[in-house]
Design a protein around this ligand. Structure first.
Ligand code: ZN
Length: 423
């Protein structure tokens, strides 16, 4: 498959995954098609060698794994995240304006760039909790039409708008939903999309998403832009590398966690026990002891894959003077002396060997020494399951905008490197 075809598959994956619940649903569907057995955390697991499984938590985090036929017990793990910064719809969202409009009350989820959310068609996606026939059940919901817009203020009413505008999420960022004053109409729209009655909706986790479809562009079609590249580009590449790997001489684990953008400290985030619980259950399910588990962990390896900052053409001074990855330049190995990225000399060298074997290029990222930079999930996850970890990512621009930009070659590079890692 060429870069263009891989990138088109990535764009389909992104379009199918407007919320973490949808991303997990999309991956679950793929694993079922590939013959994976779904496990539930509340059941007894009957694991067999040579079989493949997946389990989800909160329907927003997923772990898939393959147990080899051989006596190979090392875990080879990739970790990425399912969530992206966006706006969450508040519980009772309708707000009337002068008996003329209804807008929606929203709050920030994660640290996003707010400016690019103005003046573009938006809609809602997430899950609703329905009470039907006396029981509560969850259902993913996506309004698949242009439903909302956050209109900016005209330049005539704020002549300083281009001098750097301060944005207040409670004042400036509320999306316009309808004309009129009819109460309850938003929940009715959501209920209709969910195929339920409005009174059956007892709870919801709904987020705004950007309606603009992803595109491949540039003089030689070398760029790809879409919402949620951070971090669904890595989640997609990890899944593909995991599925395409041929001989699995390790217990291969594909792990996608939620809530990275808000610090990971949730039941389904990297700070939770989800990964550790799953690894332990695999260990005990294979009839092994706790000491065996600790020995296995000591010999295991994790690749934490979360997108990286590429050199920005208009702001080259923001990058480290020496280490500045570029789009289409290959997989980025991330280093940070303060261990926000847990790559060290050893795990960095391991990853370079992997790239060499897979014949894909890699590059290096470190922050400028006077810029704090971001963080990720590798070091957080390491506090639960202490596995040697390398932090990597794919280079991108406009991180945390609702429309981010990356290179068309890099997804394929990561798929090839991970295929090697899991083989
Ligand atoms: Zn990320």
């Amino acid at each position: 498959m060429n870069d263009r075809q891989i990138t088109e598959q990535l764009l389909t994956f992104l379009a199918d995954s407007p919320s973490p619940f949808h991303a997990v649903e999309t991956m679950s569907r793929r694993f079922r098609e590939e013959g994976y057995t779904e496990l539930h955390e509340e059941d007894i697991w009957d694991l067999k060698k040579g079989e493949a499984y997946y389990v989800t938590r909160n329907h927003s985090a997923l772990i898939a794994f393959c147990i080899p036929e051989t006596e190979e017990y090392r875990f080879h793990i990739t970790a990425s995240h399912s969530d992206s910064p966006c706006f969450k719809i508040k519980e009772d969202p309708e707000m009337k304006v002068e008996n003329a409009y209804i807008r929606l009350n929203v709050e920030k989820y994660g640290g996003m760039l707010m400016h690019p959310w103005f003046d573009r068609p938006l809609s809602v996606a997430g899950r609703v909790i329905l009470q039907q026939n006396g029981t509560l059940r969850e259902k993913t919901v996506k309004a698949d039409r242009d439903l909302l817009m956050i209109p900016s203020l005209a330049i005539h009413m704020n002549r300083e708008a281009n001098e750097g505008m301060k944005l207040n999420p409670q004042k400036d960022m509320l999306p316009l939903y309808a004309c009129g004053t009819e109460e309850g109409s938003f929940l009715r729209t959501v209920a209709e999309e969910a195929g339920a009655a409005p009174e059956e909706i007892l709870g919801h986790d709904l987020f705004l998403y950007n309606r603009m479809p992803g595109c491949i562009w540039g003089a030689n079609r070398e760029f790809v832009s879409a919402g949620r590249l951070d971090d669904l580009q890595c989640a997609f590449a990890s899944m593909e590398g995991f599925l395409q790997a041929e001989r699995k001489k390790c217990i291969a684990v594909h792990c996608v966690l939620d809530n990275e953008e808000v610090g990971s400290s949730t039941r389904q985030g990297a700070a939770s026990t989800f990964l550790k619980d799953t690894l332990m259950r695999i260990n005990f399910g294979l009839g092994r002891t706790y000491e065996d588990y600790l020995r296995t962990i000591a010999g295991s390896m994790m690749i934490s894959a979360d997108n990286a900052q590429a050199l920005h053409p208009n702001y080259t001074e923001k990058a480290d003077p020496v280490h500045h990855p570029v789009l289409n330049g290959g997989i980025v190995i991330k280093y940070n002396a303060n261990q926000k990225y847990c790559t060290d000399g050893v795990t960095g060298a391991f990853f370079r060997v992997l790239c060499r074997k897979a014949e894909v290029p890699c590059q290096t990222y470190v922050n400028r020494s006077d810029i704090a930079g971001g963080s990720t999930l590798g070091n957080i996850s390491g506090t639960q399951a202490a596995i040697r970890t390398v932090d990597i990512g794919l280079p991108q621009l406009a991180m945390h905008s609702p429309y981010e930009t990356a290179g068309v070659k890099d997804t394929g590079y990561l798929i090839r490197a991970l295929r090697e890692f899991f083989a």
